[in-house]
Write a protein that binds this ligand. Structure first.
Ligand SMILES: Nc1ncnc2c1ncn2[C@@H]1O[C@H](COP(=O)(O)OP(=O)(O)OP(=O)(O)O)[C@@H](O)[C@H]1O
Ligand SMILES: [Mg+2]
Length: 286
């Protein structure tokens, strides 16, 4: 994406409310009436939300309500799934992410993703982190590349544990270390946003606490969106929470996901507006 890729006159942005400059400045993603389809099947209907810079936004809700589907829209990962398509408006810093002139590869560099199951490449620890900078040729020489590897591992709170064995295979790390490696690998390409899909679900409570602390620190430099099934985790680490659920189309007999409520995390967990949210966050449903 280049600065020239600003919204076109008459684009969706102009026709929506909330375009006050002060708000827009801190809105990283502006989502309006986003619906997602797999083939003809509507998986998510009419999602609208603003993601604010340097905040942690949590997406919660029962299985199958479309959290991963929406998360994947934020870096056009759905493009890689045959038949998947998004409809509606999704602006990233004022630019329509789905504009034909936007390069999806560049989108995925600026909006990185960490998956549920740590997925290190079968390469050395060093080569895992160096992978992105090497491909995008963002470092000019070996020394610079080494600097990026070190700073990425430091930001992911892994440096001290691996600095003496950077040449060892990443597959030899523990699950929690592998997940931090994957976070470091994502950071190494200097993204603006980190998308995380249940990043702790394969980890024990100690490794989970590590990742949560890490996210808290990363928030100073990155905007983070996390999908989690762990309500305590959402309540502990996020600034805002989006609660999704599945509704049934009675005519066509299929389920689709909707965003029920999106608010400050404190409000969602202490005084939600919708009783479906309350039932879910208090554990009475889902
Ligand atoms: N690649 C795909 N092809 C077809 N349908 C899909 C695909 N991925 C997801 N779906 C469907 O879209 C709907 C939403 O799925 P999604 O994975 O986004 O839910 P989720 O909220 O992330 O669930 P979970 O909490 O179990 O991860 C489901 O009905 C699912 O079957
Ligand atoms: Mg999911």
């Amino acid at each position: 994406m280049t600065p020239e890729d600003s919204p076109q006159p008459g684009s969706a942005q102009a026709s929506y409310e909330g375009n006050d400059q002060a708000i827009l400045d801190e809105v990283v993603f502006r989502v309006r009436d986003l619906s997602c389809y797999y083939g003809d099947v509507e998986a998510v209907r009419n999602v609208s939300m603003d993601i604010i810079e340097r905040e942690i936004t949590a997406m919660v809700g029962p299985s199958g309500c479309g959290k991963t589907t929406v998360l994947r829209c934020f870096n056009r990962m759905n493009d890689l799934i045959e038949g998947a398509r998004a409809q509606g408006m999704l602006l990233f810093k004022g630019v329509d992410l789905y504009d034909t002139r936007v390069d999806p590869v560049e989108v995925r560099r600026r909006i990185g993703m960490v998956f549920q199951k740590p997925n290190p490449f079968p390469k050395s620890i060093f080569d895992n982190i160096a992978y992105g900078p090497r491909i995008s040729k963002t470092t000019r020489n070996k020394k610079e590349l080494e600097g990026v590897v070190e700073s990425s591992l430091r930001q992911a709170a892994l440096w001290d544990e691996v600095k003496d064995r950077l040449g060892d295979s990443a597959m030899g790390l523990s699950g929690g270390q592998q997940q931090r490696l994957c976070i470091a690998r994502t950071i190494a390409t200097s993204p603006d946003v980190l998308l995380m899909d249940e990043p702790c679900s394969a980890l024990d409570p100690i490794a989970t606490a590590y990742i949560e602390e890490l996210m808290h620190n990363l928030k100073q430099n990155y905007t983070i969106i996390i999908v989690t099934h762990n309500m305590q985790q959402a309540a502990r680490i996020s600034d805002r929470t989006a609660f999704f659920t599945a509704e049934v189309d009675l005519e066509k007999h299929y389920r689709y996901g909707v965003l029920v409520e999106f608010d400050d995390t404190e409000k969602i967990f202490s005084n939600p507006s919708d009783e479906r949210t309350e039932s879910y966050v208090t554990g009475r449903f889902g």
